[in-house]
Design a binder for this molecule. Structure first.
Ligand code: UDX
Length: 449
């Protein structure tokens, strides 16, 4: 099928590449010329495992077999010219919905602009499919606007649940596909087009749910709120464990064995960051307020503040380990990305902690295998060292804040030869305290004795 993807950010590029991999002929459009130029040479403008290989593979398939006939894959091209979406049967809108400056609400200007500008190129019967995370009620409003200009176009809300670091697999093999389609005479034919697009994941066992617009929109925000709540729950338990001398990792293992609870997303530590969970729970609260249902989500305020407290607690713990002051001390921060296997530093807990320590007089050195370029743009005043050995040299304390494999696999004996003082703070509860202590290290963690 001919498909367009409007917005080539994180979601859009992954979606476009995966749709081509599923056999469709895809055009990806973005206003950012630099981004499009990079994509035209099969280079994703961000780090995502497996994505560059997928882009190169599809491009090679297109060259070998002629545009549109890759072996097993479809075709994929990128352009800044929106006009090129004309002729596609389905148009996916994948633009960002960042948090508005100084407010909790989502900024919908990119979504509104994408729908408005795409409308000029839609033919009767075309689907325009929203994938961005939006406040509930947005799809209904966009559909009204759209039908004023293109009455025969159909709008679907089809939220995306991919995780950074697993984006390709999550898109090719999603747990579930949610189609938000109004319950009218076109519902079945519209769902059938989506079934054709997602034929391979459906055949592979992905669940499929057809709902109305508001339910589809809420599936996304409710899922992210649940995940955030689960993380903050275990981090609240970590606070309690610290007060009571208990071990939150053992607690999580034990409660996680109850399959009604489950062990996933019960990793206590520095808490959640990134471009989704923090902003999505805030936008959800703001939207609930607009709907007069703010009481229903007051618990999310607590989820947010438990999460932010982790960062402050980490700084306190580091100061305590550094004998009460950071002055004259070198603090090595392992990790800048908000999580491993990503170069995304949006709302990164690691960088937030690094910046706080620097503000309090510490000589901070940050290292990360992928995210330093992005980190430098966001926090230009921090000192960065790409080489792990150099970053560890002369450290008075080492803070493991993003659990990259390079750091979880560190050898305590070898690391001891690089640092000035054997002090390690495990912000993600991923190291074995016994081995580190046996090698003479002061080991401290959030929620462990
Ligand atoms: C999240 C959702 O998982 C995904 O379904 C949605 O589409 C987008 O938002 P993502 O932001 O990529 O995905 O990361 P995720 O793996 O959910 O992690 C979010 C944050 O939570 C990270 O900072 C991570 O370190 C933290 N986290 C996760 C914990 O602190 N503890 C855990 O147990 C799990």
């Amino acid at each position: 099928m001919k498909i367009s993807v409007i917005g080539c950010g994180y979601l859009g590029v992954v979606h476009a590449a995966c749709m081509a991999r599923l056999g469709h002929d895809v055009v990806g459009v973005d206003v950012d010329e630099r981004k499009i130029a990079a994509l035209q040479s099969a280079a994703a403008p961000f780090y995502e495992p497996g994505l560059n290989e997928l882009l190169a593979d599809i491009q090679a398939g297109c060259t070998a077999h002629g545009a549109g006939t890759g072996a097993g894959a479809g075709s994929l091209r990128f352009t800044t010219d929106l006009e090129q979406i004309a002729g596609a049967r389905a148009h996916f809108v994948c633009v960002g919905t960042p948090q508005r400056k100084g407010e909790n609400a989502a900024d919908l200007r990119y979504v509104d602009a994408a729908f408005a500008s795409a409308a000029a190129y839609l033919a009767p019967g075309d689907l325009i499919i929203g994938k961005s995370t939006v406040p509930v009620g947005t799809a209904g409003r966009l559909a009204e606007d759209l039908h004023r200009t293109v009455p025969e176009a159909r709008l679907v809300w089809n939220p995306e649940f991919l995780r950074e670091g697993h984006a390709v697999t999550d898109t090719l093999h999603p747990d579930r596909l949610v189609y938000g389609i109004p319950d009218d005479e076109h519902r079945e034919t519209t769902a059938a087009v989506l079934d054709e697009i997602y034929a391979a994941p459906l055949a592979g066992g992905s669940a499929r749910l057809v709902t109305d617009y508001p339910t589809a929109e809420l599936v996304k925000t409710a899922a992210n709120s649940f995940l955030a709540t689960k993380i903050s729950f275990i981090n609240a338990m970590a606070e309690l464990c610290e007060a009571a001398g208990a071990d939150v990792t053992e607690l999580a293992d034990a409660i996680g064995l109850d399959d009604r609870i489950g062990r996933k997303f019960l990793n206590a530590g520095l808490g959640f960051g990134g471009g989704c969970l923090p902003k999505d729970i805030r936008a959800f609260m703001a939207r609930a307020g607009e709907l007069g249902a703010d009481q229903a989500l007051t618990f999310l305020r607590e989820v947010d503040s438990i999460n932010m407290r982790r960062r402050i607690r980490m700084v306190e713990l580091a100061r305590e380990v550094c004998d009460g002051s950071f002055l004259g001390k070198t603090i090595t921060v392992l990790g800048a990305a908000f999580k491993p296997e990503s170069d995304d530093v949006r709302d990164s807990p690691a960088l937030n902690v690094a910046a706080q320590i620097q503000l309090q007089g510490g000589n901070v050195v940050v290292t990360d295998p992928q995210a330093l370029t992005n980190a430098e743009q966001r926090y230009p005043d921090l000192r960065y060292e790409p080489d792990l050995q150099f970053a560890l040299a002369g450290a008075d304390a080492v803070l493991l804040l993003t659990e990259w494999g390079d750091y979880t696999g560190l050898d305590p004996e070898k690391t001891a030869t690089l640092v000035r003082a054997r002090r390690i703070l495990d912000g993600r509860n991923v190291l074995d305290p016994t081995t580190w202590r046996a090698a003479g290290w002061t080991y401290r963690a959030l929620g462990r004795p």
